[in-house]
Design a protein around this ligand. Structure first.
Ligand code: SF4
Ligand code: SF4
Length: 252
């Protein structure tokens, strides 16, 4: 029997799902599984039985927590897609200020109603165990496809532990620091073949902090170019959830 796949979304801008629909090979892959629910594409209700759950977005409400626990109990495989889901991403920027103050600033007196049940934003693996992560903002459709195929074949995730500098060097890019510009590739997880840097844009850290990142050495390197503060500020774009770790010298 073909595996039954559902796609659902928490706090996100649906950018990763749109990106996945830009991927023609997905149509060919559709013959290998049953796509029984896709929140972006259907108003139907989610089925009660499924094998693989693909989830986009950060967990920002108590309702999300309950949904994630339910999904984890039912799905054999959970794949999370995009920076919002994997690191807390853009929704986690809210952690940089006072959350309650921010909500009242935006929604005024309606804050209690609009943001009912809200919790501080967090990545999905802070709530449930996940099997596969597709990093990036937005995700790369090729990477999504290869991870989905691994899931369908019953393989395990192929985690990149090394930082972006490794692929950047293989691609023979010159380093932004030599031009006096900050680049988050020093600590960001590899796996996109340094896509942005190859096109002349510094890494903004959307793939999250690599397991092998040496934060202390990265800060010292940035400080050598008088860019340590810019480096730390840059990390807050996609890695606010890891802020404590970012500023902790023992995270090496
Ligand atoms: S990771 Fe980026 S593109 Fe994907 S949902 Fe979040 S903000 Fe949108
Ligand atoms: S800091 Fe950025 S530009 Fe410099 S080597 Fe690393 S990834 Fe490449």
């Amino acid at each position: 029997m073909r595996p039954n796949v559902v796609f659902l979304s928490l706090a996100s801008d649906f950018g990763c799902q749109v990106q996945i629909t830009n991927f023609p090979e997905l149509l060919e892959m559709l013959g290998t599984f049953d796509l029984s629910y896709w929140q972006l594409a259907t108003s139907a209700h989610m089925p009660s039985e499924y094998d693989i759950a693909v989830i986009e977005g950060a967990c920002t409400t108590q309702e999300h927590v309950e949904l994630l626990e339910k999904v984890r109990a039912r799905a054999q495989v959970v794949i999370i897609v995009g920076a919002c889901a994997c690191t807390g991403g853009i929704p986690s920027l809210a952690l940089n200020g006072d959350l309650e103050e921010g909500l009242h600033l935006v929604y005024g007196e309606a804050a209690e109603k609009v943001a009912w049940g809200h919790i501080p934003p967090r990545p999905i693996d802070a709530v449930i165990d996940v099997d596969f992560k597709v990093l990036g903002c937005p995700v790369n459709p090729d990477e999504f496809s290869s991870i989905l195929q691994r899931a369908l074949l019953g393989l395990v995730d192929n985690v990149h532990r090394e930082t972006m500098c490794s692929s950047c060097k293989i691609n023979e890019n010159s380093c932004f620091y030599a031009q006096g510009k900050v680049c988050l590739g020093l600590v960001t997880a590899a796996g996109c073949e340094s896509f942005c840097i190859n096109r002349g844009r510094a890494c903004t850290g959307c793939r999250g902090i690599a397991a092998d990142a040496n934060m202390k050495a990265a800060r010292e390197f940035a400080a050598k170019y008088a860019l340590e503060q810019e480096f730390l500020n840059g990390l807050e774009i996609y890695n606010s959830h890891a802020k404590g770790l970012v500023h902790d010298d023992s995270f090496c």
